[in-house]
Ligand binder design. Sequence first.
Ligand code: SF4
Length: 266
Amino acid sequence: MKGLIFSIKRYSIHDGPGIRVTVFMKGCPLNCSWCHNPEGISPFPETVLQTNRIGDREFSSNVEAGKYYTVDDILEILDKERVFINQSKGGVTFSGGEPMLQAEFLREALMACKGKGYHTAVDTSGYSSIDNYSSIIPFTDLFLFDIKHLDEARHIESTGVSNISILDNYRQLLASGKDIMVRIPVIPGFNDDPEYLERLKHFLITTKTSSLKKINLLPYHKIGSSKYKRFNIPYRMGDVETPSGEKMQLMKELFLETGVKVKIGG
Ligand code: SF4
């Protein structure tokens, strides 16, 4: 069996503990307007026309987005980094796109990585069936779980899908006993007003179990916009600005009231 992957990042330090290899799996059922990996959304291999600028000259070239890998290919990459992974108590993280879209391959890969003693993490939007989550729970040490918005209508507006199954899956994973880090993308004008943040804090407190280890506040940034330009994809965020450091700090203080560790960034 093969999995469609659009990038593999070595020495990753923002996708779970220690130094990790992050495997970006292609395909996502969501279409968030702030997505930093637009080339990861289509579930098919693509050739993307990339435009690079040097001074006032532009150069265009075709870039392959999406290549098939076997589980053994992934293990081979991990084995080359084993020393760094072991010394830093790191591991492997499957991200995307949405890795659950290739649930069967993901399960095989996680099982093989666990079999070789690697710490495993899955970075997910939460949008998949509970059966798919149940199938990977035994081989997953940590879930990085996105909560984008609690309101269904707002969620649909900015991501294209309902959040009902996402919030159900979140509760189920909290009951699984596996470690969970909640990731909240902080998007100005979407999920950063004080009233909403109070409501989100309340939700995190009332659903909390010992599985919830950390809350990561991920400030919106414009780094992704250059990728849209390079790949000639329209950027929908307009001139939305990165939230200030002061605002992020206030948010951190608010979420510390959940009794859970809070970090600004991944
Ligand atoms: S869930 Fe993540 S990968 Fe999918 S569209 Fe949203 S930001 Fe992009």
